[in-house]
Design a protein around this ligand. Sequence first.
Ligand code: URA
Length: 270
Amino acid sequence: MKEIVVEYYCGDLSACAECVLPAMLLGSLGREKNMRIDKFLSECGLASRKEAAKAARCGGVTVNGATVKDTALHIDPEKDCVTFLGKRVEYRRFVYILLNKPEGYVSATEDKAHPFVTELLPEEYRRMGLFPVGRLDKDTTGLMLLTNDGQNAHRLLSPKHHVEKEYRFTCKVPLIKDAERIFSEGITLSDGYECKSAVLVADGDRMGGRITLTEGKYHQIKRMLGAIDNRILSLERIRFASLTLSPELPRGAWRMLTEEQIHALLGEKA
Ligand code: URA
């Protein structure tokens, strides 16, 4: 990820008027490049294209030190230095967010009847087209990854990639004594589906524990517990691949993944 360094926008338009470089002039620099500045600002999550145009008209946008009033100007996001209302603009094509999903939210980008997870993000991130990577049930809490990187999201969800998902659960009655072995050998659900091997680590009182899966079928853990005549009382995802849910992140809160965490998640070298 390239960071675009900016200079400070003083906010005093009259003082800056002398410095305004007509977009036409800059255009010769920009036109063979690949992105309109309003598109760039909206993809960075800073403003809608309309808002970007308005801010530019008021002198709130600079490119390589020159105020730009026409947002039709094209820039090279990797190379050009952009400021927006005096803020440092960092070009991020893809964003990854780790959210601690509360109970009662559906894993969706919109829903008419229920609260949905992207509602918990600020408007500027929602504008970036973030969506949940996989689903958690409405009553399941915990680690939810959101991104706008469709290709890698698809890869992370593909059964071929065996991404581990770990859950903490409590159940209605004590786990039967063979539960670990049955889950490890691959339990068969009531519809005949044969689950992949799963790791179950039961609590001392066997009223709950942790389960690690490498697949994600509909209501999978609930149905796995159902297949051994038990019932899930609470379910929380605590790990997704290399990402863990920190106790410092309260329910409903979120944080951006760092570059390092993104590389680790995608199995790339930093
Ligand atoms: N298994 C379930 O039953 N529900 C979830 O939300 C996740 C895994």
